[in-house]
Design a protein around this ligand. Structure first.
Ligand code: EPS
Length: 390
């Protein structure tokens, strides 16, 4: 587990009653409203290329505990996001009784999904018992947790954003914009790209993929600004912040690669074109002339923007199904098809922001300690003075 101070768990099946999350460790007296969370939930639901499900759901948080009169109590924050689609699945997802008449178990596993391996591992012959939990619907709960962490970080001026760099093999044109402007542009784009003029082209790619029964992956950049130096530590493997970020990112459904800063590119370049030279000025204190290493050195943040890129594979539910095997007859069949998305790269971008927020909130609390916001803020002020005077 990569978290050191915060703890959170999610529960819930994709077509069950709902998703729940419990987040523990957020200090008392943080101002928090359902709207802070609902805003993020709505962002995750956007994105061209999603299937019919997003028309059914309108994700809203139900805060069950941990907040009173608009402020956190320091107690666990329990949150639920109820599934509207549960109405259509009530019988098939019932807690008691037997499957309804005519119910067909899911026996044709999709390559690339958890269906088969999960079925073997948990001894389930109806693979729906696996897919319901492996579904990326679970990310709604993570985004709720991430929204609370974002709110906490915002009290220290830390901002998190993201945008899509590649979708369906198309590399979006590099924009001569700072990171936050790219994020703001992406907020206006239906595919979360920093150049909305290219939206029509990317949407055509998605339409074409849909016609062919294909799905599309991509590459996302997620970043954090105003991160103080000194989060994470070089002294032990599991305290390195880059490792903690990588684990959090890889835990997102369908993510197959993570890099920080220039990442894999650093393996192709000489040292002089990889390291970030150090400067100092009265106004900025220590700074780096470049940010090729993406804001960490020795597993510790260095005060530059934290820049993380992740690769998402295409969604495994193909309408042009691949070869599979019926787990009962052992005959070759085409994998199961069911309603799904053509791409969820824009949504994953919002999920990646949530995961980065969770790791950073945890690392900041690890650095500062404190049980209530006034205490944490006082310690932050003192620490930032130390940084300035070093
Ligand atoms: C998903 C399949 C689709 C997606 C779902 C993830 O759901 P359904 O089977 O109900 O059509 O829409 O994502 C969400 C529901 C969501 O909220 O992101 C899958 O199999 O992973």
């Amino acid at each position: 587990m990569s978290l050191r101070v915060l703890r959170f768990l999610t529960a819930g099946e994709s077509h069950g009653k709902g998703l729940v999350a419990i987040l523990e460790g957020i200090p008392a007296n943080l101002e928090l409203s359902p709207e802070d969370i609902n805003r993020e939930l709505a962002r995750r639901q956007k994105g061209y290329g999603r299937g019919g499900r997003m028309k059914i759901e309108k994700d809203r948080v139900d805060i069950i505990s941990g907040v009173r009169f608009g402020k956190t109590l320091g107690s666990p924050i329990a949150m639920a996001v109820w599934n509207r689609d549960f109405e259509n699945w009530r019988e098939r997802m019932a807690v008691e009784g037997e499957p309804p008449e005519g119910y067909q178990p899911f026996i044709k596993p999709r390559p690339g999904h958890a269906d088969l391996v999960g079925g073997i591992k948990y001894n389930q012959r109806d693979l729906r018992n696996i897919l319901e939990r492996s579904s990326a619907r679970e990310t709604a709960a993570r985004v709720a947790v991430g929204a609370v962490c974002k709110k906490f970080l915002s009290e220290f001026g830390i901002k998190i954003g993201s945008y899509v760099r590649v979708l369906g093999g198309y590399r979006v044109k590099e924009m001569p914009l700072d990171l936050w402007s790219r994020h703001l542009k992406a907020e206006q784009s239906e595919v979360r790209i920093p150049n909305p003029l290219e939206d029509p082209y990317v949407k055509t790619l998605i339409d074409k993929a849909k016609e062919k029964g294909e799905t599309l992956g991509g590459i996302i950049e997620v970043f954090a600004l105003n991160v103080p130096p000194g989060l994470g530590s070089h002294i032990q493997w599991d305290r390195r912040l880059d490792g903690r970020i990588a684990q959090a990112m890889m835990s997102i459904q369908a993510i197959k690669g993570v890099e920080i800063g220039s990442g894999f590119e650093t393996g192709f370049l000489p040292g002089s074109r990889v390291m970030d030279e150090i400067g100092w000025s009265e106004e900025r204190g220590f700074f780096r002339y470049t940010n090729r290493l993406g804001g960490t050195e020795g597993g510790i943040t260095n005060g530059e923007p934290l820049v993380v890129r992740i690769a998402m594979k295409p969604i495994p539910t193909l309408m042009f199904p691949l070869r599979s095997v019926d787990i009962e007859t052992k005959q070759e069949v085409k994998a199961m098809r069911e309603r799904s998305d053509v791409t969820a790269v824009p949504a994953a971008s919002v999920v990646a922001e949530a995961m980065l927020a969770i790791v950073l909130a945890d690392a900041l609390l690890e650095k500062l300690g404190g049980d209530f916001m006034e205490e944490v803020k006082e310690r932050f002020k003192l620490y930032m003075e130390h940084v300035k005077n070093f």
